[in-house]
Design a protein around this ligand. Structure first.
Ligand code: DQA
Length: 144
């Protein structure tokens, strides 16, 4: 099974940004963890990150027909990117939106996700584990 993980803006600054919320683990730590857990699940994982909305849309479009599922953390774009919503809508494979923090227990503006309605579901609040739960959901949905 081939799964694409897409990370949006500022996630490359993990370990530097707001450690009280996102923890001390770096972006490299996150990628290493996702890769090692995916191996155990017999999943081929490709992890991409961009701070630029259009690049994230390109990642989604370029994955068309090539992957069995997508895990996406759109970062702040979660809360306002109709363009990413539309790109996700055009993809047929299952998609899981993930967040490190619990977006529902933070500021009001974070409680709305415009991208989640274009996904199969959302996992929020489990730190690095959110990604693994997302990958497991895709595996369990089939395709292996
Ligand atoms: C985030 C939550 C977003 O609100 C925020 O803008 C991020 C990270 C998370 O993983 O908890 O950049 O997506």
């Amino acid at each position: 099974m081939n799964i694409l993980v897409i990370n949006g803006p500022n996630l490359n600054f993990l370990g530097i940004r707001e450690k009280g919320i996102y923890g001390t683990g770096t972006y490299d730590d996150l990628c290493t963890y996702i890769k090692s857990e995916s191996k155990k699940l017999n999943v081929n994982v490709n992890i991409l990150q961009s701070n630029i909305e259009g690049e994230i849309i390109n990642f989604i479009q370029e994955s068309y027909g090539k992957v069995d599922g997508i895990v996406i953390n759109p970062g702040a774009y979660t809360h306002y990117s109709i363009a990413i919503h539309d790109a996700l809508k055009s993809i047929i494979v299952p998609i899981v939106e993930v967040h490190l923090s619990n977006i529902h227990s933070r500021e009001e503006f974070r409680k709305t996700s415009v991208t989640a309605p274009a996904c199969s579901g959302q996992i929020s609040g489990f730190g690095f584990e959110s990604y693994i739960l997302g990958i497991k959901a895709l595996v369990n949905l089939g395709g292996n």
